[in-house]
Design a protein around this ligand. Structure first.
Ligand SMILES: Cc1cc2nc3c(=O)[nH]c(=O)nc-3n(C[C@H](O)[C@H](O)[C@H](O)COP(=O)(O)OP(=O)(O)OC[C@H]3O[C@@H](n4cnc5c(N)ncnc54)[C@H](O)[C@@H]3O)c2cc1C
Length: 314
């Protein structure tokens, strides 16, 4: 069995998901990386540091890379192999196309992968994380898409990997779509997905601007990032880039402070693995309290100004 990790180059570096998956997979033996991007010594060094022994690099230039990547991967990945992907849009695009080419399913939203029995057992969570399902793959190759932060990315001090250039396959019209423009959303403060403290605001904040301001202020005072529920994003109070949950970002900070958040399953799956969860909600029956380490039953517009004033006075 060979293990493959798909890696898209983002901002000249390997994707975070690839480093997480390498950390998980290196215990099983040698790991091959299928790398999409221009590549650099620094990027390859990071992959080697996390356990890659060989990097197969495909540079699709300004073309959308998924079709070509899937065609090239299909030639490399064997029947008995495992191919691991993150949840980035290119990752999922390639995983789906590879699945179609190889005639095998994709096991998606994995939170754990166990190969110790000789069989590939993939765990995922359903019903908003309340039930874990273990699926045994009976035929290969086994294609797995893992959730962000399912595994911590930890360097192991490995040497630089061997790098093999992969020729761009001819996939006809399917490979002709090009990336014309990239839009980078400007944001202040720490990166939401990497922040040690996240202050998540919900519909209970009551509105945008001055009603939302206690969330931004608390995050600023604590050096944390602002997150939000989908209800808030759908209402247009904050941009989608702040959404935490099933259809937003997955966060795993040391502290998550949920303010006026009910605790719908779709929100919980994006933040329930935070080390400490603090909730402020006026409804003592709000589901968010069932996963909170500390709960404050009260009006956010009374509790948060007092909390912010106390922090400011320190
Ligand atoms: C397919 C699908 C995907 C979804 N993906 C996501 C996702 O990625 N992320 C996500 O968040 N949601 C997602 N949702 C939506 C989700 O189901 C909930 O609707 C949403 O999370 C609710 O947001 P909320 O907690 O802000 O609002 P509400 O559920 O309306 O809760 C507001 C809370 O604020 C409290 N409150 C009200 N006023 C105050 C006050 N003055 N002081 C204190 N507390 C107060 C209330 O008691 C209540 O508990 C998804 C839904 C579907 C169907």
């Amino acid at each position: 069995m060979s293990t493959w990790v798909f890696c898209e180059e983002l901002d000249s570096a390997p994707s975070a998901s690839a480093l997480e998956l390498l950390t998980k997979a290196r215990a099983w033996g040698d790991v091959e990386v299928f790398y999409v991007g221009a590549g650099s010594d620094a990027a390859y060094a990071a992959l080697g540091d996390h356990g890659a022994v060989r990097v197969h690099q495909l540079d699709a230039g300004d073309k959308l890379p998924a079709t070509a990547a899937a065609a090239a991967m299909a030639d490399l990945v064997g029947e008995g192999d495992v191919a691991l992907f993150g949840m980035g849009s290119t990752d999922r695009d390639v995983a789906g196309r590879l699945s179609a080419r190889k005639g095998c399913p994709v096991l998606s939203s994995a939170v754990d992968i166990d190969t110790s029995s000789g069989q590939v057992l993939v765990t995922n969570e359903i019903l908003g994380g309340t039930t874990r399902v273990v699926t045994a793959a009976t035929a290969g190759p086994v294609i797995v898409v893992a959730r962000p932060k399912a595994f911590p990315a930890e360097p192991a001090g490995g040497p630089a990997p061997e790098v093999v250039a992969v020729a761009l396959p001819d996939v006809g019209h399917a490979g002709s779509a090009a990336v014309l423009e990239r839009h980078v959303e400007e944001s202040e403060g720490p990166d939401l997905e990497a922040a040690a403290i996240v202050v998540g605001g919900g519909r209970g904040m009551g509105g945008p601007e001055e009603k939302w301001e206690p969330v931004a202020k608390l995050a600023g005072l604590l050096g944390g990032a602002v997150g939000a529920t989908r209800a808030v994003v759908d209402a247009g109070w904050v941009p989608y880039s702040l959404q935490v949950g099933q259809t937003g970002k997955t966060v795993k900070p040391d502290v998550y402070i949920a303010c006026g958040v009910s605790g719908a399953m779709q929100h919980l799956v994006g933040m329930k693995d935070s080390s400490t969860i603090i909730a402020i909600n006026k409804d003592p029956e709000a589901p968010i309290f069932t996963i909170s380490d500390l709960g404050i039953v009260g009006d956010v517009h009374k509790v948060m100004p007092a909390l912010n004033a106390a922090l400011e006075s320190r």
